[in-house]
Design a protein around this ligand. Structure first.
Ligand code: HEM
Ligand SMILES: *[C@@H]1O[C@H](CO)[C@@H](O)[C@H](O)[C@H]1NC(C)=O
Ligand SMILES: *[C@@H]1O[C@H](CO)[C@@H](O)[C@H](O)[C@H]1NC(C)=O
Ligand SMILES: *[C@@H]1O[C@H](CO)[C@@H](O)[C@H](O)[C@H]1NC(C)=O
Length: 317
């Protein structure tokens, strides 16, 4: 009993309330919703191959702060800085894709569909259009009215070890399997040097470079970041097939070619390491686990999160 109460206390204020959402939420009110969003994502991808990575990161970032309530999409107001202007916003981009999708959806079924649902659907499309699995998205999220830059401190850091990662995920109702499967999101996208400099410079008091990095890979990361140390945009792709949703991330991880300490940390417990090996050897197992965990993550809601249906994803009603 005490254990149950403690466990419940840990889940507050986060909870995965999959049951509150439903697959057919807009079937009657907005039957063409999903194809409209798919078109918006497809159109954006014609000109910008980084759109899927951006949307996936955006969704993760949003869901981990007060649940998936599109609080990340709100613009800062005067000197009140919003989440999207908070410190680890370096990789955030492609907000216009959601804005365009929202405009198209508003023209179709005005005032009915939340920005949070649009983002969740767009992410599903982004993954599928990158060669990944597809799935049905539970819908019915509400948009939040609160967005504070300071709350981005609640995001896990790329320097986290396995116990810190586990804690961050379990506070949101996510398991170690979810952690390993969702980290596979790093099969898409890019990292700036600032996000992994801890591994290639002053690693600890006795070593300059993280010894878990494969030596020539570490050398190439160092040269990228040294040669361009004045360019704010220097960095590297998160795996060697950056625009394809595949299991190369896990294969690279086993070869000492991960980018963040938080990726490497997945190899430091037998349970998580076994999952990494499983996903590295089977794309199908990865796809299956990723879908299951994405549905869980994208269903995180909180009592202080969603309240309304925004008309413009950047401003509260
Ligand atoms: C496990 C904890 C996680 C940590 C510590 C973490 C950290 C980071 C960091 C530091 C970046 C790069 C920022 C930059 O330098 O530009 C990044 C990028 C990215 N992350 Fe994660 N992340 C985590 C989990 C996730 C999850 C759960 C997903 C989605 C399922 C995800 C998807 C992405 C994507 C797609 C990018 C590339 C973004 C782009 O290129 O636009 N991450 N992550
Ligand atoms: C990140 O935040 C800074 C200010 O804190 C802001 O100037 C910049 O536009 C933000 N980046 C994005 C992509 O929103
Ligand atoms: C992870 O880091 C925290 C904080 O620095 C530390 O207390 C903990 O012992 C570390 N855990 C592992 C498994 O290294
Ligand atoms: C530095 O890291 C290595 C590898 O993790 C470890 O063996 C060593 O004890 C660390 N040194 C210090 C001073 O922490």
């Amino acid at each position: 009993m005490v254990a149950i109460l403690v466990a419940l206390a840990l889940f507050i204020p986060f909870s995965s309330s999959v049951n509150a959402l439903s697959l057919n939420y807009y079937d009657k009110t907005c039957p063409r919703l999903e194809s409209t969003i798919t078109s918006a994502v497809k159109n954006a991808m014609i000109n910008d191959k980084t759109v899927p990575a951006a949307l996936l990161r955006m969704h993760f970032h949003d869901c981990f702060i007060k649940g998936c309530d599109a609080s990340l999409l709100l613009a800062s107001k005067g000197n009140q800085k919003a989440e999207r202007d908070g410190p680890p916003n370096i990789s955030l981009h492609a907000f216009y894709v959601i804005d365009n999708a929202k405009k198209a959806v508003e023209a179709l079924c005005p005032g009915l569909v939340s920005c949070a649902d649009i983002l969740a659907l767009a992410v599903r499309d982004a993954v599928a259009l990158s060669g990944g699995p597809t799935w049905q998205v539970p819908k019915g999220r509400k948009d939040g009215r609160i967005s504070r830059a300071i709350d981005t401190r609640q995001l896990p850091s790329p320097t986290f070890n396995i116990s810190q990662l586990q804690q961050s995920f379990s506070q949101r109702g996510l398991s170690l399997e979810d952690l390993v499967a969702l980290s596979g999101g790093h099969t898409l996208g890019f990292a700036h040097c600032s996000s992994f400099q801890n591994r290639i410079h002053n690693f600890n008091a006795s070593l300059d470079i993280d010894p878990s990095l494969q030596p020539s890979f570490a050398a190439s990361l160092r040269s990228i970041c040294l040669a361009h140390n004045k360019a704010k945009n220097a960095g590297t792709t998160l795996d060697s097939t950056t625009a394809t949703f595949d299991n190369v991330y896990y294969k690279s991880l086993l070869q000492g070619k991960s980018i963040f300490s938080s990726d490497q940390a997945l190899l430091t417990t037998p349970e998580t390491k076994a999952l990494v090996s499983k996903f590295a050897s089977s794309q199908q197992e990865f796809d299956k686990a990723f879908v299951k965990s994405m549905i869980k993550m994208s269903s995180i809601t909180t009592s202080t999160g969603g309240q309304e249906i925004r008309l413009d994803c950047k401003v509260v009603r």
